[in-house]
Design a binder for this molecule. Structure first.
Ligand code: NAP
Length: 390
């Protein structure tokens, strides 16, 4: 007896610049992977939404409420990169989407794909998943210009509390709450448990900023102790002889040391949980070690909504030229498939990307790095992946 095919509605935003090209390539590869893995029992029904320049042209708004509403309703979206509008009052569309949908965990897995040129000797040792807090710290965007009435008012308060700050200062405030820090740590630990990963490391600058970054670390440990007592052990407990078998090791590193560690001892780290700014720097530095942003996927997760997107931007100089690397968005698509419970389709897609790169089929961003290989265009790269999926 034939079973009914299951349709899953997936909203997508093609995005600006190279967005539409890499989105087409990615959707085709994702569909092929689902067909292969589920023998047509599941299919995605893609629903196009507008945001960014396309939305500005079509409906005169950068981020229409209908777009946000559709993502809320379906709980998921695949998003191409969006141009940051200049002078529109929106600081960044990407940040606006994350905040409007309360997508509090920015998840960026970084691993090596064989054959890809890398600036380090042993790129395969890098296999980390960065959970970056997505709503607070510098993302709150609380800052005032030097000389503004707001900056002067804040400086007055700060001085009245005993701090000595120069009068010609601009002022920024980075709030970090127990609530947001703990929910981020919770999602990182849950992820490590679900995936059977060995450790979660809180990365912070708590030696200098004790009540924000230091508190982030302390709240992380507290959460591990109160909510995951049976499943986790701290590094200190492990070093003092406590049995750690089958448990996730919880540890912390000061951010500057962590930047050394990703180069000198990458194999000792698995899941990293970070405040917003540390995670921004760290995820690009990690991505650089395995070949750059072209291979860096990302997910923005909330409690009921998830938006998957490439880490890179619109690369406007390559728009319409069929040269952009679609791997980052494709790998974000693989994360989305896992999120939808389509794990085998995700594996089929990742394996095909792996095979294609290992065979030396690459876009110009990789071939130009001394490989001696001839580049393929965006479309041909996608076709090669689909051919491998079979
Ligand atoms: P970008 O778009 O990421 O591009 C910077 C450089 O990265 C490109 O010139 C190119 O390097 C390389 N690159 C990025 N994506 C590539 C791809 N798929 N294939 C091949 N090479 C790729 O950063 P940007 O120029 O700073 O930003 C442009 C716009 O994108 C801005 O409006 C920015 O606000 C926006 N943006 C959006 C997002 C997002 O939607 N999540 C993220 C970041 C930036 P080479 O020149 O060396 O070849």
């Amino acid at each position: 007896m034939s079973r009914m095919a299951k349709d899953i509605i997936v909203p997508f935003i093609p995005g600006d610049g190279v967005g539409p090209e890499i989105m087409d390539a990615s959707r085709n590869a994702i569909d092929a992977a689902i067909r292969k893995a589920s023998s047509d029992e599941v299919s995605l029904v893609w629903t196009e939404l507008v945001a960014g320049e396309a939305a500005q042209k079509k409906v005169g708004q950068w981020l229409p409420e209908e777009t946000l509403q559709s993502i809320r309703e379906h709980g998921v979206a695949l998003k191409g990169p969006l141009t940051t509008p200049v002078g529109s009052g929106i600081r960044s569309l990407n940040v606006a989407i994350r905040q409007a949908l309360d997508l509090y965990a920015n998840v960026r897995p970084v691993r090596y794909f064989s054959g890809v040129p890398s600036p380090v000797r042993e790129p395969h040792k890098m296999n980390m998943v960065i959970f970056r807090e997505n709503t607070e710290d510098v993302y709150k965007g609380i800052e005032w210009k030097r000389g503004s009435a707001e900056a002067e008012a804040i400086l007055k308060v700060i001085r009245s509390l005993g701090a000595n700050v120069r009068e010609d200062s601009g002022v920024g405030i980075k709030p970090m709450s127990e609530h947001a820090s703990k929910r981020l740590a919770r999602s990182a630990i849950r992820y490590a448990l679900r995936k059977g990963l060995p450790s979660v490391t809180f990365v912070h600058k708590g030696n200098i900023m004790k009540f924000t970054e230091g508190a982030f670390r302390d709240w992380g440990y507290e959460l591990a102790r109160t909510e995951f007592a049976e499943e986790t052990v701290t590094e200190a407990e492990m070093l003092s002889g406590q049995d750690s078998s089958g448990k996730v090791i919880v540890k912390d590193r000061i951010a500057d040391n962590m930047f050394q560690q990703i180069l000198t001892r990458p194999e000792e780290y698995s899941v990293l949980a970070t405040p917003n700014l540390n995670g921004d720097y760290l995820s690009d530095a990690c991505a650089a070690q395995v070949g750059g942003l072209g291979l860096a996927p990302g997910a923005n997760l909330g409690d009921s909504v998830a938006v998957f997107e490439a880490v890179h931007g619109t690369a406007p100089k390559y728009a319409g030229m069929d040269v952009a690397n679609p791997s980052s968005l494709m790998l974000s698509g693989a994360m989305m498939l896992e999120h939808l419970g389509l794990d085998s389709a995700a594996s089929v897609l990742v394996n095909a990307i792996e095979g294609t790169l290992a065979a030396g089929v690459m876009t110009q961003d990789f071939t130009r790095l001394g490989t001696g290989l001839k580049p393929v265009g965006t479309r041909q790269f996608a076709q090669e992946i689909i051919r491998r999926i079979g």
